[in-house]
Design a protein around this ligand. Structure first.
Ligand SMILES: Cc1ncc(COP(=O)(O)OP(=O)(O)O)c(N)n1
Ligand SMILES: Cc1nc(C(=O)O)sc1CCOP(=O)(O)O
Ligand SMILES: [Mg+2]
Length: 216
C-alpha cells in the first residue's frame, strides 16, 4: 500500500462522540485525514441494519473526499458495503482467512503489540500493522499495556519497511516522536472525535506528519 495513506488514520464509531458521527467524520475529512476505519463496538454500539446504514453513509463521505474506507473486525459488513479494506486484530479472523474472501486489491491491516506478532503479520502479508497501544487509552476497553515509542522502535527494527501506523492515546504532541521511532503515521480516535474542532485538529495532525516528512 501507499504508506502516506497512514499519515493521519482516523477511526470512528457512533459511541466515540457525543455529537453526530457523520458531522465529525466530514469535519475530519475536510481537515485532511488520509485513511478512515469504521469501528463500531463497545457500549451501545449499533447493530444490524443501523450499523450497516451508518457504515454506508460513512463510506460515501470518505469517497467524496477520496479517502479509503476500512472496516474493523466485521468482514461480512465490509463485503456487503464494498469497503476498501479491513483491519483485524490478534483475536479476529486470520489474514489467510480474510484474504480468501476479500477482493485482491483490498487493504488488510493487522494489530501488533509484540515483535513476534509484527514479524508474523509481515510474513502473512499484512499491508500495514497498527502498533499499540503506544500510550494509555480510555477508548479501547481491552487495551494491552502501553509499549511507548521505544516499543514501536523495537518493532520497526524487526519488520524492515513494512508500513506501520502507531495507535493508542496519541495526541498532537506525540506525532514527531512516533515518526522518528519509525511510524509512517498515527491512528487516532479521541484526539479528533472529542476535539472541539475536529477539522482543525485533523489538519494540525497532517501538518505535523508532513513537517516530519519534509525534514527527512
Ligand atoms: C489501525 C488499528 N490498529 C489497531 C487496532 C486494534 O485492533 P484490535 O486489536 O482487533 O482491537 P479492536 O479495534 O477490534 O477493538 C485497530 N482497530 N486499528
Ligand atoms: C482501537 C485501538 N486499538 C489500540 C491498540 O492498541 O491496538 S488502542 C485503540 C484506541 C485508540 O483510541 P485513542 O486514540 O482514543 O486512544
Ligand atoms: Mg479487532
Amino acid at each position: 500500500m501507499e504508506r502516506n495513506l497512514l499519515q493521519v488514520y482516523f477511526i470512528l464509531g457512533s459511541n466515540n462522540t457525543e455529537g453526530d458521527p457523520l458531522y465529525v467524520l466530514e469535519e475530519a475529512l475536510k481537515g485532511g485525514v488520509t485513511l478512515f476505519q469504521f469501528r463500531e463496538k463497545g457500549h451501545s454500539a449499533l447493530q444490524g441494519e443501523d450499523k450497516k446504514q451508518l457504515a454506508m453513509q460513512m463510506k460515501e463521505l470518505c469517497h467524496l473526499y477520496h479517502v479509503p474506507f476500512l472496516v474493523n473486525d466485521d468482514i461480512e459488513l465490509a463485503l456487503e458495503i464494498e469497503a476498501d479494506g479491513v483491519h483485524v486484530g490478534q483475536d479476529d479472523m486470520s489474514i489467510d482467512e480474510v484474504r480468501k474472501v476479500i477482493p485482491n486489491n483490498w487493504v488488510v491491516g493487522v494489530s501488533s503489540t509484540k515483535i513476534k506478532e509484527a514479524v508474523q503479520a509481515k510474513k502473512d502479508g499484512a499491508d500495514y500493522i497498527g502498533v499499540g497501544p503506544i500510550y494509555s487509552t480510555n477508548t479501547k476497553e481491552d487495551a494491552k499495556k502501553p509499549i511507548g515509542a521505544e516499543g514501536l522502535q523495537d518493532i520497526r527494527k524487526r519488520v524492515g519497511d513494512l508500513p506501520i501506523v502507531a495507535i493508542g492515546g496519541i495526541h498532537l504532541g506525540h506525532v514527531i516522536r512516533l515518526m522518528q521511532a519509525g511510524a509512517d503515521g498515527v491512528s487516532v480516535i479521541s484526539a479528533i472525535s472529542q476535539s472541539v474542532n475536529p477539522q482543525t485538529t485533523a489538519g494540525t495532525f497532517l501538518n505535523h506528519a508532513n513537517y516530519f516528512a519534509r525534514m527527512q
